[in-house]
Design a protein around this ligand. Structure first.
Ligand code: NAP
Length: 278
């Protein structure tokens, strides 16, 4: 298959490249090759390439910074997805795009199924919801995959931040009132391949590692696995304000595809693969 991966330099993009490189004709683009928020760029370049599949892992992902860059974040996470959907429809390419648990308000303690109406509470979430709407309105052949709390070897992540701060001997305060599912980018990338092969109906899918936790529990498990004992204290979101409000419960309920391994197992695998533990 001729596959175009956009955003290949990102956390998820890197893992997608590894999963799809064998047996496919891959084209890899990031900011240097295309600006997805530029309509002409998208229509001309993707139109000329004519891939069978377009996997878009490019996005504006700085959740707090997004609060002060409304125009830019809406262009990249919203309008750009309209351009990509339009060209995919025109050339009949399968469009794979990623969205987030942050499209929900976080008030449902039982989590959110694929068909739940979005109601974002921060700008990043609103921009990603606009991207989703573009796909649903334009209707290319698509898999819209919502995921959450990504961690991986490429780029900054919560695990490395925690370990780094602990190694510096810092006291750590981590919120214990936001719940979700940490997800290993490598596992997600593999599942995307499985989804394409499965030829399941086009639509919205929730793909995360299974089981839930709060950020404090996530931090506790990291330190337990790596054998560090920092002064770690649970705090509420009120005690630890951020520029962008986060949803309280953002568990994505998956009713459509087989579950991935629990996040604790995925965390352990990540720590082994990065040489943190044996
Ligand atoms: N990270 C998470 O916790 C998380 C959670 C849920 C869902 N998601 C979603 O999962 C997907 C992948 O996230 P990620 O964390 O892997 O992202 P990431 O590491 O931030 O990578 C995104 C890539 O897209 C590039 N990019 C940004 N603007 C672009 C543009 N206008 N044109 C072309 N490329 C552009 C970025 O370049 P620069 O770095 O140079 O800007 C970067 O290489 C995104 O859709 C994200 O919303 C992520």
């Amino acid at each position: 298959m001729k596959i175009l991966i956009i955003g290949y330099k990102g956390m998820l993009g890197n893992e997608l490249v590894k999963v799809f490189k064998s047996g496919n004709n891959l084209t890899l683009w990031d900011k240097e090759q295309i600006d997805i928020s530029n309509r002409d760029d998208v229509m001309t370049k993707v139109g000329k390439l004519k891939p069978d599949v377009v996997i878009n892992a490019a996005a504006y992902t700085a959740v707090d910074k997004a609060e002060s860059e409304k125009d830019l974040v809406y262009k990249i996470n919203g309008c750009a997805i309209g351009f990509l959907s339009t060209i995919c429809k025109e050339i009949n390419a399968l469009f794979i795009h990623f969205s987030t648990d942050y499209v929900f308000d976080g008030e449902s303690h039982i989590g959110y199924k694929e068909n739940h109406l979005y109601k974002p509470i921060n700008l990043y979430g609103k921009s990603k919801a606009l991207g989703e709407k573009m796909i649903l309105d334009i209707k290319p052949r698509y898999y819209l995959i919502r995921t959450s709390w990504l961690f991986g070897k490429y780029g900054k992540n919560f695990i490395e931040t925690m370990i780094h701060l602990a190694e510096e001997g810092k006291d750590l305060k981590v919120v214990n009132d936001q719940f979700g599912s940490p997800t290993y980018a490598k596992d997600l990338a593999k599942k995307v391949k499985e989804l394409i092969k499965s030829e399941k109906p086009y639509g919205i899918y929730h793909i995360t590692n299974s089981e839930n936790c709060n950020w404090y529990e996530f931090a506790q498990k990291i330190f337990e696995f790596v054998g560090l004992k920092p002064n770690l204290r649970p705090v509420t979101s009120e005690e630890f304000p951020t520029l962008a409000k986060r949803p309280t419960y953002s568990m994505l309920v998956n009713t459509k595809i087989s579950l991935m391994r629990p996040w604790e197992e995925a965390l352990k695998a990540y720590l082994i693969e990065t040489g943190r533990i044996k």
